[in-house]
Design a binder for this molecule. Structure first.
Ligand SMILES: Cc1ncc(COP(=O)(O)O)c(C=O)c1O
Length: 397
């Protein structure tokens, strides 16, 4: 264990089992540890480093903004947040924006907005239906929204007002809807839950149900948004529009940010009802604007789609070789491979030893979420390492 790792053990609350690597530098799709070892990064800060590590356009925007103005209170107008709001609205189906600091905070705000809507238009309805295997964040309310017992059990009693139902079942949603329901909150693809895809027509059916009942559809695009699944936002692939959408992760290339977007009709906060000291911070928003503009101008989402398709085709070929790969699934550059047994940790470690960072999303599944700017050559390199890692596991069996 290195000196830094020893200090971490001394000073940190143990909320995570870290891998034995101290990353000190990043460039594009690669990072280096304190001993100078290089790794190809197919985790990208959990789907955050959309443009890779230290992208020049973001460095320039952050440096320029930091020299000019870092932070004021939200009592004043500041230009970077207005620019970021404008580009978000121009390129989505939503009309209004609120900025905050993380995904969980964006979802909390979205639920507050839905409750506000319920108070105003739905006789005080406040309940939000979410799905099992979802992930919406770690705050107390978002733990209740997240339909996974392992995140909920340590914190019972849970915040009231959430009902968790089966994913991909419109019947379950219908059954759970009551006159207390103000919104349904979903991921268009469950990322943390295991890269679980929506079934055909599910989102259309949910949209129709929301319209029929006059309740709101909140799409949590914190992981799927900003190009990750091959379109700027995942909802575009399903022919539906949310009333509220949340973003975070890849929006500002790693500078912490969250955003709530809403249609005009759902944008019901009035002054003083919601806020954040750092939300809309000038440097953060300058990073967000530079990131989003680069993604749009260079069709980075299209690249994620093309490279993702190539990646999936190649992973399917690997599945022919290793019969214990039971499934390959995903969209764009959010992809998982599932195994017939709980070997994901061993495969992850075998990849790490060979210089590839991957994520264990379930005991029997790995998730890949590399920077969106990678090409087929990085995919080939990753696949070469994965092939070796899987072979080493076979030889151990
Ligand atoms: C879909 C989704 N929602 C919310 C969150 C929470 O975001 P944060 O960790 O920034 O609070 C995550 C994080 O993984 C996520 O994937």
């Amino acid at each position: 264990m290195s000196q830094w790792q020893e200090l971490e053990h001394k000073y940190f609350m143990k909320t995570v089992e870290r891998l034995p690597v101290t990353i000190v530098r990043g460039q594009g799709a690669r990072v280096w540890d304190e001993d100078g070892r290089e790794y190809l990064d197919f985790v990208a800060g959990w789907a955050v480093n959309s443009l890779g590590h230290c992208p020049p356009v973001v460095i320039a925007a952050v440096a320029e903004q930091a020299r000019t103005l870092i932070q004021t209170s939200n009592q004043f107008y500041t230009i970077p947040q207005i620019q970021l709001a404008e580009i978000l609205v121009q390129h989505s189906c939503l009309d209004k924006v609120f900025f905050c600091n993380s995904g969980a905070e964006a979802n909390e705000g979205a639920v507050k907005l839905a409750r506000r809507y319920g108070k105003r238009y739905l006789n005080g309805a406040y309940e939000v239906i979410t799905t099992l295997s979802s992930f919406h964040g770690r705050t107390l309310a978002m733990v209740a929204a997240t339909g996974q017992p392992k995140f909920q059990q340590p914190y019972v009693p849970l915040t009231a007002g959430f009902v968790n139902v089966e994913y991909n079942s419109i019947e379950a949603i219908k059954e759970a809807t009551s006159n207390q329901t103000c919104a349904i909150m979903l991921e268009p693809l469950q990322g943390e839950g295991g890269v679980n895809l929506v079934s055909d027509n599910y989102l259309t059916a949910v949209r129709d149900w929301c319209d029929q009942k006059g309740i709101l559809l909140i799409l949590d695009e914190i992981q799927t948004g900003v190009g990750r699944t091959g379109t700027l936002f995942a909802y575009e692939q399903y022919g539906i529009e949310p009333d509220i959408m949340t973003l975070a992760k890849g929006l500002a290339s790693g500078i912490p940010i969250g955003a709530i977007l809403a249609k005009d009709g759902a944008s019901v906060f009035t002054p003083g009802e919601h806020g954040s000291t750092f939300g809309g911070n000038a440097v953060t928003c300058a990073a967000g604007y530079a990131t989003l503009k680069f993604i749009i101008d260079n069709d980075v989402a299209g690249n994620a789609k093309r490279v993702g398709q190539y990646f999936i085709t190649k992973l399917e070929q690997l599945r022919q070789k290793f019969q214990f790969i039971t499934e390959v699934r995903g969209y764009g550059l959010l992809i998982a491979v599932e195994f017939s047994s709980d070997i994901a940790n061993s495969v992850l470690k075998a990849c790490l030893d060979r210089g590839l960072l991957v994520n264990r999303v379930k005991p029997n599944a790995l998730r890949f979420m590399p920077p969106l700017i990678i090409g087929n050559s990085e995919v080939d390199e990753a696949l070469g390492i994965l092939d070796e890692a899987l072979s080493s596991i076979v030889s151990l069996k």
